[in-house]
Design a protein around this ligand. Structure first.
Ligand SMILES: [Mg+2]
Length: 335
């Protein structure tokens, strides 16, 4: 019996992307990543990282150091009881400086080679699997492999993209602001009445130990060829056969409402992101100090041994700080 998997991009999906990571100490898990993996595992998915590592071709990192980086990532995840089933990486890039790795590869996303290889190795049903990542190449690779796709679409990424479609036209099935929301989307999809998988699958908890990293990716790169698998991408006809016609509009409406709700949540978060300002924060802090100075002024005034110079000094501080607060508010308004 085939398993299903969630293919996960690495940088800016599971760990912080600080450029080309070339030291295990640079690995930092993103907020909620481990918890998301635990949830996905509970849903019965194998967890497979698929990551382009052109840093190897560019001579920035060696495969040995990359293995250490991935070991560090596994270690940080294990500390939170999250375990990956495998990690596939593509070391190649056509413009690499290391001759051994300077070439095109079907493993390099947006090509689907890593996903197809993993499906072969682990007997995965790609039509039941998902691909989660923060770039259009992740979406295209997942889509070409026949998986459903979720684009991690942060507010900053939305501003850069400035459109609903990803740059190369690959359109994700869903969008999420982070991996936690991506997991919620998958959960909701599984609960959908039109989905083939029963909800009871969620109870299939499988907290297995991790398997070994996939260290021989490059060997298969040479043999693999791009194989767009559009035929696996449309399970709709089967669903229609299973469900009475009356149920189809309900399921589609539910899905549409879910999409709208997710979009509204995303917009709300974007607005919250836009609302935040260091100037506004500073103004708030200074305003609190103003109130404190005014209280001190009143206290000096009420004191039996009142000293006018102390009263004026506290009042002076309050006035100066109030002017600072107003300045910060003004600067925030001009942001
Ligand atoms: Mg990424």
């Amino acid at each position: 019996m085939s398993d299903k998997a969630v293919f996960l991009d690495r940088d800016d999906t599971l760990i912080e992307d600080s450029g080309y990571i070339n030291d295990p100490d640079q690995v930092k898990l993103l907020d909620g990543a481990a918890e998301a993996l635990i949830e996905l595992k509970k849903l019965g998915y194998k967890l497979v990282v698929v990551t382009n590592q052109s840093a190897i071709a560019r001579g920035i990192v060696t495969e040995k150091v990359l293995a250490e980086i991935h070991e560090r990532m596994r270690q940080l995840l294990a500390e939170k009881n999250a375990f990956l089933d495998d990690i596939y990486y593509c070391p190649y890039h056509p413009e690499g400086v290391v001759p051994k790795y300077r070439k095109e590869s079907n493993y390099r996303k947006p090509n689907p080679g890593m996903l197809l290889e993993a499906a072969d190795d682990m007997n995965l049903e790609l039509g039941e699997s998902w691909c989660i990542g923060n770039s259009s190449s992740d979406v295209e690779a997942g889509s070409r492999a026949g998986c459903k796709t979720v684009l991690i679409d942060t507010p900053s990424h939305q501003r850069e993209a400035g459109s609903h479609m990803s740059q190369d036209g690959a359109s994700p099935d869903y969008r999420a602001v982070n991996i936690k929301e991506a997991v919620n989307i998958i959960k909701k999809h599984l609960r959908s009445p039109s989905d083939e998988k029963p909800q009871s699958q969620e109870a299939a908890v499988d907290l297995t130990e991790p398997t070994h990293d996939h260290e021989a990716a490059q060997d298969a790169c040479e043999a693999a060829e791009p194989e767009p698998q559009a035929q696996q991408h449309e399970p709709e006809p089967e669903r229609q056969e299973q469900s009475p016609e009356r149920h189809i509009p309900t399921a589609k409406t539910d899905e549409l409402l879910g999409d709208i709700l997710a979009q509204l949540k995303s917009m709300q978060r974007t607005e919250m992101f836009d609302e935040f300002s260091v100037m506004r924060l500073m103004a708030g802090v200074v305003q609190v100090l103003v109130l404190f100075c005014l209280l001190v002024t009143v206290w000096f005034l009420m004191s039996p041994n009142r000293q006018d110079n102390l009263v004026f000094m506290a009042l002076g501080f309050a006035i100066v700080l109030q002017l600072m607060a107003l300045t910060f508010y003004t600067m925030h308004g001009r942001k």
